[in-house]
Design a binder for this molecule. Structure first.
Ligand code: SF4
Ligand code: SF4
Length: 369
């Protein structure tokens, strides 16, 4: 039985540190030993400040690093941001400041190792530091995600795919959300974190996981040595069935969801705002691709916020964004609805908008369900 621990928490370090220490002690205390290399893997998607609730809070990273140091092990804080400089992320999210004076290595993932993640993918390139770590402490942020509904413990390990390779994997899955969810599961299973502590103190609701989302205070941290159990407990916290998330739905179909028990009182978070549906798929399988194309929300630009910074068209795996003289233009025939552009837009200029086909399908589904 997988256990999920819950603590009320704030970003007051005097309170936060004992809560993180107690969770790590219970869940991984006997695994973090003197001399071992411990990878601390936060969510460091792109540069943002702690109050934006886009990245794992620096004080949670600090508490994990201090715990590892107290155990005599060697902490390394790493991730591979979607775009932009790692040094800028450390500075803007005040991780530099939080870790000042601590003997911690901070570096972006760079080298990769070909790692077998099983069929149909076979050997793929995964960050060497993740594959070779003795222990992994996964520190996801509680955030919504336009494609996956939520990004939590399982999804956070996608950061072990280095740089632009992430976009290539998005492209391979295309508009098939289930295929992408299964890839995320396979990567997670190949680089299985020893323990996950989720930052749910200041979460992100609405159109996450980037600047389109809105910070929402929840005031908890949650931990487990089983990422799937942790993600299921978060769904319970937010009042949704776990099968609404593509990752947990596919994990269920693959037969890898654990039985789980929540230790501690799980508050209810009323009216948590989710992004527009990532796809309303029903009916015979041969119609699924057609339905995805016509019901999945599309990226749109609020031109008054766009600074023509180039990040979206540089990153778009489908090359579906074209810079014109003064504004960007989407080619929706090419767009695979990965929402990477929305995720990384540093000015919050992009958002997902439900299509007419999506609205009609939703109404029909509500009527006949
Ligand atoms: S939409 Fe955002 S990412 Fe794209 S060019 Fe404009 S500001 Fe940059
Ligand atoms: S336009 Fe945006 S959502 Fe569409 S494929 Fe490109 S990055 Fe993905």
């Amino acid at each position: 039985m997988a256990e999920v621990l819950i603590h009320k928490a704030t970003y007051d370090y005097q309170q936060l540190k004992p809560a993180v220490f107690s969770m790590l002690d219970k869940l991984a205390g006997n695994k973090i030993k003197s001399g071992l290399r411990v990878l601390i893997k936060p969510n460091l998607l792109s540069f943002a400040e702690p109050q934006n609730a886009i990245l794992t809070h620096p004080l949670i990273i600090k508490a994990a690093a201090e715990y590892v140091l107290e155990k005599g092990a060697r902490p390394q804080v790493s991730d591979s941001p979607a775009i932009g400089s790692f040094a800028r992320i450390l500075k803007t999210n005040r991780i530099d400041e939080a870790l000042a004076g601590l003997d911690v290595v901070c570096s972006a993932f760079k080298n990769t190792l070909l790692t077998d993640i099983g069929p149909p993918y076979g050997k793929i390139e995964i960050a060497q530091d993740a594959v070779e770590a003795d222990v992994i402490i996964n520190l996801p942020k509680l955030k919504t995600h336009t494609q996956m509904l939520l990004t939590l413990a399982v999804k956070n390990m996608f950061g072990c795919i280095v740089g632009f390779k992430k976009s290539q994997w998005h492209m391979r899955a295309g508009t098939d959300t289930d295929a992408f969810a299964r890839l995320l599961i396979a990567i997670h299973q190949a680089v299985k974190p020893t323990v996950s502590i989720l930052d749910g103190v200041l979460a992100l609701e609405g159109e996450g996981p980037g600047r389109g989302g809105k910070p929402r205070h929840i005031g908890i941290i949650m931990g487990s040595d089983d990422s799937f159990a942790l993600d299921m407990a978060v769904c319970q916290l937010l009042g949704i069935g776990y099968k609404s998330t593509p990752i947990l739905k596919n994990a269920l179909e693959l037969g890898i969801l654990p039985a789980c028990e929540v230790k501690g009182s799980l508050p209810q978070v009323p009216n948590f705002q989710f992004p527009p549906s990532s796809g309303l798929i029903w009916g015979p399988r041969f119609l699924h691709n057609f339905m995805r194309r016509h019901t999945m929300a599309l990226p749109f630009c609020n031109y008054s916020l766009c600074e023509m910074c180039s990040q979206c068209w540089d990153l778009c795996p489908a090359k579906a964004i074209e810079p014109l003289a003064e504004k960007i233009k989407f080619d929706y025939k090419k767009c695979i609805r990965c929402y990477c552009c929305i995720e990384i837009c540093p000015y919050g200029a992009l958002h997902a908008q439900e299509t007419i086909g999506g609205k009609i399908t939703r109404k029909l589904m509500e009527k006949f369900s």
